[in-house]
Design a protein around this ligand. Structure first.
Ligand SMILES: N[C@@H](CCC(=O)N[C@@H](CS)C(=O)NCC(=O)O)C(=O)O
Length: 231
């Protein structure tokens, strides 16, 4: 069956009029992603993800577990450790995997695979440093525990801060990767906060990192978040 041009025009006119008169109803099946971050009431390995939520302005449940509730919660988590991120009720673990996922969701993971490589370089460096903190956390002998923490904060931290200082010194944009804020910047900012809270002079030999810290710390969302974390 063939339609005349006139019939086709009438048909489309009618359709346009119909959609203008009866706009499509809002799809009630579209659901916002719900996030719940589960971690101790500490900065530690959970803080980078909290910072990502704050910078992205995305709502989430910041579930802070009391030490007294931990033994009961531990066996219910994927790898019996925190942080854990629940996405629409499904649980995921490993702090850096969570941070990467959130950064990707919030467009804070750079623009291409080269940016990802540069960001991951920073995250892996961070992991290498955290090894020394973990050495202290896992030690049961009290004297050794204190000694390992001292070494982590006063010796090893300086090595890693120096790496970051050299990287940011070469940056022409003031950011670690590309020309905009990314997970790489937030990861370095977060570890600097952790270290300087425990070793106030750690950044003394790192003028570029100090400038970087001021720059990131003065971003409204970061400043508001950091102020909210002071106890
Ligand atoms: N590689 C894991 C390590 C997780 C981890 O060591 N979590 C610690 C807190 S920072 C924990 O859950 N400790 C309590 C326990 O193991 O019972 C990650 O990055 O998430």
């Amino acid at each position: 069956m063939f339609y005349s041009l006139e019939q086709v025009v009438i048909f489309y006119r009618y359709q346009v009029k119909f959609y203008l008169t009866f706009p499509r109803p809002i799809d009630t099946n579209i659901r916002m992603t719900s996030y719940k971050l589960i971690y101790f009431d500490l900065k530690g390995r959970g803080q980078l993800s909290r910072l990502l939520f704050a910078v992205a302005g995305v709502e989430y449940e910041d579930c802070r577990v009391k030490f007294s509730d931990w033994p009961a919660l531990k066996p219910t988590l994927p790898f019996s450790q925190m942080p854990v991120l629940e996405v629409n009720g499904k649980k995921f673990a490993q702090s850096l995997a969570i941070a990467r996922y959130l950064a990707e969701e919030f467009s804070l993971y750079g623009d291409n695979s080269m940016d990802h490589l540069e960001i991951n370089q920073i995250l892996e460096l961070l992991k290498d440093f955290i090894f020394y903190l973990d050495k202290s956390f896992k030690e049961e002998d009290k004297e050794k525990k204190v000694q390992y923490m001292k070494e982590a904060l006063e010796v090893h931290s300086l090595t890693y801060l120096r790496f970051f200082e050299n990287m940011i010194k070469k940056s022409t944009t003031g950011f670690f990767v590309g020309s905009k804020l990314s997970l790489g910047d937030l990861a370095v900012f977060d570890i600097m906060d952790y270290i300087t809270e425990r070793n106030a002079t750690a950044l003394d030999g790192c003028p570029h990192l100090q400038t970087f810290r001021e720059k990131i710390g003065s971003i409204d969302s970061v400043k508001e978040f950091m102020d909210s974390q002071k106890k």
